[in-house]
Design a protein around this ligand. Structure first.
Ligand code: FMN
Ligand code: SF4
Length: 490
């Protein structure tokens, strides 16, 4: 995990919880229009991947139990985890790339409707991602993956001062490099080859020498639109297009996107495909369906998009007709740490990852609501331009006082809580009925994120060892962790 040089350990915020009367009069528990719908409160559980789908992307009993548990807390909006729009194997992540996924997703919708008594709007986040391979063994990389060419031969001749290398066979070059010192390997391999060796091979939207990457602008609008249609068919109230973090659409928005085919370079060109995807989705689901977007207020990487880019995108998205804008921050591959051999690079291990899911080991600003100023700037620009889609702020928000202040100051229209909702999905109902002092407070130390990184079922350290010997508790790790928070006996 990335750390500040001299981190300051922040205690979780002390707070006073509202009475039920105060909560009833608050902005947080007031309704908000989202497209043609209305959320009953301005509370929002953003997408969180729990690693509970089947290997081939179907909804499991564990998925149903997970979302039921969140629905019991009755947030205004619950967003289902990033769900793949393609029909390709992607491990135990939900998929929506074919009609065969609809029945399972429909069940999920039914479970949430019932558990929230129809009080929670249910959206699904839909995502496309490019190939990311595990970090290979050194020998395997040199023997199987490296494509030897004259660049390597010439570089070897130069660095070793032996011109014979220019005519050596592929096998000789591979053998030599496999056993060479790091400095030689660094000199001989191209930057992307070195990355493939140390991080695992990873595609980018700028790899336009690859036909399928070149063809993304032609392919993605239809794929996203078909996925959105299935979401509608399954009964979700809306879709959230995932344009954030380390994935394909965020790659197009990134300031690092220098495609020269009209889909990269200037901001106008970088936002082109995200808008084309939106228009195709809108065309297929109709004007009455909620279509929102999650994107980055700042990429937090060198040569990445900054808040000025986000402001430009936000205005374009609002003008195009998106029904909500949900902001996140960071979460990129570009500054991620080297994974161990056999593991895949995880886009939340660098500084951008810190900013995405900030912990209490922080700088002087601390983790609590640290991206709110960016969200406020984006909201102001969108509103000043004459648009008013609700804007969702997330990141280190866990108390009523924090959430209410953000809303009262007009910094955002809706407040998202991911980890706090995982720590206690009943946060919303407890606070609403004046029993906020019973909230299980998130400690923001990211045990849950470490599980996500290891691709293991996500749980929270505050509750996953509780009452393990009680009957009927679903568990993992040979019974050592329960999968859902215990019920609140209110
Ligand atoms: C276990 C876990 C899984 C996550 N999965 C997603 C995801 O699928 N899509 C997404 O946009 N964000 C995802 N996030 C990021 C959260 O939605 C949220 O932006 C982040 O945790 C910061 O908010 P918080 O401080 O309220 O937790 C995930 C976060 C966690 C902890
Ligand atoms: S595991 Fe830690 S960071 Fe994650 S939700 Fe629980 S208390 Fe919060």
């Amino acid at each position: 995990m990335w750390k500040f040089k001299n981190p300051i350990k922040h205690p979780i915020l002390e707070t006073r919880w509202p009475t039920a009367e105060l909560a009833a009069r608050s902005r947080l528990f007031s309704p908000v229009g989202i497209g043609k719908l209305e959320a009953r409160s301005r509370t929002w559980v953003p997408a969180m991947v729990p690693w509970r789908a089947t290997e081939d992307g179907f909804v499991t009993q564990q998925n149903l139990a997970w979302y039921k548990r969140f629905a019991e807390g009755r947030p205004g909006v619950l967003v289902v985890e990033a769900t793949g729009v393609r029909d390709i194997p992607s491990g135990p992540l939900l998929r929506i790339g074919d009609d065969r996924f609809i029945p399972g997703l429909r069940k999920l919708v039914d479970v949430v409707r019932e558990a929230s008594d129809g009080q929670t709007l249910l959206f699904i986040q839909i995502i496309d991602f490019l190939a990311v391979k595990r970090r290979p063994e050194k020998a395997k990389y040199f023997q199987r993956f490296l494509v030897v060419d004259d660049h390597h031969r010439r570089a070897l001749a130069e660095v070793t001062e032996h011109t014979d290398w220019v005519t050596e066979s592929d096998a000789e070059v591979r053998e030599y490099l496999q056993n060479a010192d790091d400095e030689i390997v660094e000199f001989v391999l191209r930057a992307r080859e070195l990355e493939a060796l140390r991080f695992g091979y990873r595609e980018r939207v700028t790899d336009t020498h690859l036909e399928h990457i070149r063809g993304l602008p032609a392919e993605l609008p239809g794929i996203f639109a078909a996925a959105a249609e299935r979401a509608r068919e399954a009964g979700f109230h809306g879709v959230e297009l995932h344009y954030a973090h380390a994935y394909t659409m965020a790659g197009f928005l990134s300031a690092q996107n220098d495609r020269t085919d009209g889909y990269g370079g200037s901001r106008e060109h970088r936002v082109r495909l995200p808008l084309e995807v939106y228009r195709e989705v809108r065309k297929r689901v109709g004007d009455d369906y909620v279509v929102g977007v999650r994107f980055l207020a700042d990429e937090v990487i060198t040569r990445g998009s900054r808040v000025e880019d986000a402001i430009y995108y936000a205005k374009e998205f609002a003008a195009a007709g998106f029904d909500f804008l949900s902001l996140s921050k960071g979460g990129k591959f570009e500054d991620a740490q080297e994974p161990k051999v056999g593991q895949a690079v995880y886009p939340y291990t660098g500084q951008s990852g810190y900013e995405c899911m900030p912990t209490v080991l922080s700088d002087a600003t601390g983790p609590f609501g640290r991206s709110v100023p960016l969200v406020a700037a984006i909201k102001k620009a969108v509103n000043d331009a004459g648009f008013a889609p609700p804007i969702v702020a997330t990141g280190g928000i866990s108390t009523f006082e924090q959430a209410e202040e953000i809303l009262q100051l007009g910094q955002a229209d809706i407040v998202g809580m991911a980890r706090q909702a995982l720590a206690d999905p009943d946060w919303f109902v407890k606070v609403k009925v004046g029993r906020g002092n019973e909230v299980r407070r998130c400690t923001y130390t990211n045990y849950c994120e470490a599980l996500d990184q290891a691709h293991r079922p996500v749980t929270c350290k505050l509750w996953d060892r509780l009452d393990l010997d009680e009957e009927g508790i679903a568990t993992v790790d040979d019974g050592r962790r329960r999968l859902e928070p215990p019920p609140w006996v209110g």
